[in-house]
Design a protein around this ligand. Structure first.
Ligand SMILES: [Zn+2]
Ligand SMILES: [Zn+2]
Length: 472
C-alpha cells in the first residue's frame, strides 16, 4: 500500500528497523547518488526534497499573525549555532512534516497542530546563525515541547556542534519594540537548581528583576503538581461552561454562539494540557531509556474484581492496558485483561502504581472517540469507571497494609518519585504476558525520539515518519 520495498541503502539503520519494530515504509530516503533528502508526503501525491526548497518564504505571515490573539500565549526559544550544518533547518522541516501547511522554505517553516489552534514558526537567520522557535495558541506548551524535541533530535545529528540556547527577555519598550536582551537557558535552569534557588534575574537593559520560573515556564516541562492543578482548574471551567450552556439552551431553545466558541477554545486548551500531562508522565517514566529498554506498555488501569471479606490481600485485581497516544489515552475494548491475586508483594507493586496512574488518568479527556472506532460516550464511561474503581482501590491502601506492618514502606513508595515502582510494575507485567502480546499494542518511535505503545489506528498516524533520521 505504501509502495516500494524498505530502503536499505546507505546508513538507513533507523530506530524503526530495530528488531521487533513495526515495518517502516519507504517514506524517507536519499535520492540515489546525491545528498538530497527526499520525503514523500503522507498523501503519497508528492515528495518534498528538502534541499531543493525555495529560498524565498511563501506568504506565511497572515496565518502567523492570525494566531496572535489576546487569549493566546507565545513561547520563544533561540538557538545560536557556532556553525550552521547543511541539514539545518531542512531536516527539521522533513521530520515535522506531519504538521505541514505547505508553508516551508529553505530557512524556515510554519507548522500547525491538528487542533488548528496552535501554530509554530521556526526560522533561521543565516547571518547571525540563529534559529528561532516560536509557538502561539491558547496553551502552546505541548506543541512547543514536541517541536523543541524534534529540533533537538535534529541537532543531535551533529555531535560537537556548538549551541547556545537563549530565552529572549519578554519585556517591551514603551514604543512596543521587544527587548534585545537574551538570557542563557542553561543559566536559568541552574539558578533554579541551586539550594536555595535564585529565583530572580535582572535584565540589564530594563534594569528590572524577572522571575526565572516564569521565564522558563513552557520551555521546561512542568512538575506534576503544577500540571495536576492546571488540569483540575480547566476541567472545572469546562464543566461550568457546559452547565451554563445547557441551561441557556433549555431557556432559549438555542445555543449562544459566543458561549459555544468560548467552550471550544477552553476544550482545546484542556486537550493541550492533557496531552502535555500524558507526555510528561511517560517521559519521566522513560527517562534516558533507549528504544530497546522500553520493554512494555506503562499505562495500566486496575479493576478490583473479587473482593475477600478479610480485605485487599487475597482478592483479585484485573489490569487493563491503555493505548499511550499523547492526549488520547484510551482502553482497548478487545484486549483480555491480566488477573493478579493481591499478595503482600503484588500489592506493594500494583497499589502505588495505581496511585501514580490515577494522578494523570483523572484528567484524561476522552477525545479519541470516533477516530479509533469507539463511541465517545463509551470512552468516557469506561474512563469514569476506571477512575472510580482505582480511587476505591487506592483509598483502601494504607489501613489494609497497616495490619501487616508494611505501612511505612508503602507510604514512602507512594511519595517517592523514583523509578522503583515503575520497574516493579514492568517486571510484574512481563510475568503476566510472557509472550509479550500487550493487548495488540505496538511500540512506535516518533520523529521527536519518543517511544509510545499504540493501538493500530494511532500507530498508523506515525507510520512512514522518520522515527530516526539516517546519519550522514
Ligand atoms: Zn529586557
Ligand atoms: Zn490508540
Amino acid at each position: 500500500m505504501h509502495g516500494g520495498p524498505p530502503c536499505r541503502q546507505g546508513a538507513e539503520a533507523t530506530r524503526a528497523h530495530a528488531p521487533g519494530a513495526p515495518p517502516h515504509p519507504d517514506r524517507l530516503h536519499h535520492a540515489k547518488g546525491r545528498d538530497h533528502l527526499s520525503y514523500r508526503t503522507a498523501d503519497d501525491k508528492g515528495s518534498l526534497v528538502v534541499e531543493l526548497l525555495p529560498w524565498d518564504p511563501p506568504e506565511y505571515e497572515p496565518v502567523w499573525k492570525a494566531a496572535a490573539r489576546s487569549s493566546h500565549r507565545e513561547l520563544v526559544l533561540r538557538y545560536r549555532l557556532h556553525t550552521v550544518p547543511p541539514g539545518i533547518p531542512t531536516w527539521f522541516i522533513a521530520r515535522e512534516h506531519r504538521f505541514t501547511r505547505d508553508l516551508h522554505w529553505r530557512t524556515g517553516v510554519l507548522l500547525e497542530h491538528p487542533d488548528r489552534a496552535h501554530v509554530a514558526l521556526l526560522t533561521m537567520d543565516r547571518l547571525t546563525k540563529t534559529v528561532e522557535l516560536r509557538v502561539r495558541g491558547p496553551y502552546p506548551q505541548d506543541f512547543f515541547a514536541v517541536l523543541k524535541d524534534g529540533f533537538e533530535e535534529t541537532l543531535e545529528r551533529y555531535p560537537g556542534l556548538g549551541i547556545d540556547r537563549l530565552v529572549p527577555c519578554p519585556l517591551t519598550a514603551s514604543d512596543g519594540t521587544s527587548c534585545p536582551h537574551e538570557f542563557r537557558h542553561e543559566q536559568l535552569v541552574s539558578r533554579i537548581g541551586l539550594i536555595p534557588p535564585r529565583e530572580l534575574i535582572e535584565c540589564p537593559i530594563h534594569i528590572a528583576d524577572l522571575d526565572v520560573r516564569q521565564l522558563l515556564q513552557g520551555i521546561e516541562p512542568p512538575d506534576q503538581q503544577r500540571s495536576e492543578r492546571l488540569a483540575q482548574s480547566v476541567a472545572a471551567i469546562v464543566l461550568r461552561q457546559t452547565e451554563q450552556m445547557s441551561l441557556q439552551a433549555q431557556q432559549t431553545k438555542q445555543f449562544n454562539r459566543d458561549v459555544l466558541e468560548r467552550l471550544d477554545e477552553i476544550k482545546i486548551k484542556q486537550d493541550a494540557i492533557a496531552a502535555e500531562q500524558q507526555r510528561t508522565f511517560l517521559a519521566s517514566l522513560r527517562l534516558q531509556q533507549s528504544w530497546q529498554a522500553v520493554q512494555c506498555p506503562s499505562v495500566v488501569t486496575m479493576e478490583h474484581v473479587r473482593r475477600r471479606a478479610g480485605g485487599l490481600l487475597g482478592s483479585v485485581v484485573r489490569l487493563h492496558l491503555y493505548c499511550e497516544a499523547p492526549g488520547q489515552w484510551h482502553h482497548l475494548p478487545d484486549a483480555v485483561p491480566y488477573e493478579v491475586k493481591l499478595t503482600p508483594e503484588t500489592a506493594a507493586t500494583v497499589l502505588p502504581y495505581a496511585q501514580k496512574i490515577l494522578s494523570v488518568l483523572k484528567y484524561v479527556v476522552p477525545v479519541a472517540g470516533a477516530s479509533i472506532g469507539i463511541a465517545s460516550e463509551d470512552l468516557a464511561k469506561h474512563l469514569k469507571g476506571a477512575v472510580e474503581t482505582m480511587e476505591a482501590l487506592v483509598a483502601g491502601l494504607p489501613e489494609e497494609l497497616a495490619d501487616r506492618g508494611t505501612l511505612d514502606g508503602i507510604r514512602s513508595m507512594i511519595r517517592t518519585a523514583s523509578g522503583a515502582e515503575f520497574r516493579a510494575m514492568h517486571q510484574l507485567l512481563s510475568t503476566l504476558d510472557p509472550k509479550q502480546i500487550w493487548g495488540g499494542l505496538t511500540k512506535v518511535p516518533t520523529p521527536e525520539g519518543h517511544v509510545y505503545w499504540l493501538c493500530t489506528i494511532h500507530a498508523d498516524q506515525y507510520r512512514g515518519l522518520p522515527g530516526e533520521l539516517p546519519q550522514r
